[in-house]
Design a protein around this ligand. Structure first.
Ligand SMILES: [Cu+2]
Length: 220
């Protein structure tokens, strides 16, 4: 067995698995595809190299101690993965879906990404920066990229709940909030761009009363 090749291939496999896990953890859709391709390639290289390293110069002679160590590592990794699956951590969140699908609200809220948002010296970017919306009334927010130059931005939740991916000048991104909470978000290429949406709920009678007074008809 060739120790160097074996270690390199194990390192590639670990890096590859970690990379795939991270990219599916909702860090950012913007980098997901590129990162995944690189991680998958590392993983593949590791898997292809491993037998070469292990079997070079005849089958490896292993001691009981080595078997025990490998056993402990395999057990720990399996237990960690099983635990992650149970609590829906990282990529396993996909097993539990993304929460209830929610329709668009009768009233939409518009946030403008104003010209010059790409400039870190400019304090105005998402305008208005911090908004409050009410479930069933105006929980659908539309962000529009109003740059006058060809600059793409993202609307990316800090916790990975939603991510627009890059969208260019003149384009919009729409998201409907399903639950109460404070949602802070940022722009991936310009991390100084930050905004928040506070989502609150009120009793259904009040919702109906407000919509009736505003003369807004719902389609449900
Ligand atoms: Cu941006």
């Amino acid at each position: 067995m060739d120790k160097t090749i074996t270690w390199i291939s194990l390192l590639l496999i670990v890096t590859g698995v970690a990379g795939v896990f991270l990219t599916y953890s909702g860090v950012s859709k913007t980098f997901e595809h590129g990162m995944n391709a690189v991680s998958a390639l590392l993983l593949l290289m590791g898997v292809l190299m491993l037998p070469g390293g292990l079997l070079r110069g005849g089958p490896p002679k292993v001691s009981v101690k080595q078997v025990v160590i490998v056993g402990i590592v395999v057990f720990t990794v399996s237990a960690a993965l099983a635990g992650a699956a149970v609590v829906g951590y990282g990529p396993f969140r996909l097993l539990y879906g993304t929460g209830p699908a929610v329709g668009e609200s009768p009233i939409k809220v518009f946030v403008s990404i104003v010209p010059g948002s790409w400039d870190p010296r400019q304090t105005e970017n998402y305008v208005p920066k911090d908004i409050k919306v009410v479930l069933a009334i105006n929980h659908t927010v539309v962000w529009s990229n109003d740059e006058d130059l060809d600059v793409a931005h993202t609307v990316t939740h800090d916790g990975g709940l939603f991510d627009s991916g890059l969208f260019g000048k003149g384009e919009t991104y729409k998201y409907s909030f399903a639950r109460e909470g404070l949602y802070t978000y940022h722009c991936v290429p310009h991390p100084w761009m930050r905004g928040s949406v506070e989502v609150v709920s009120i009793p259904p009678e009040q919702v109906n009363e407000i919509l009736r007074r505003l003369n807004v008809t719902t389609t449900s």
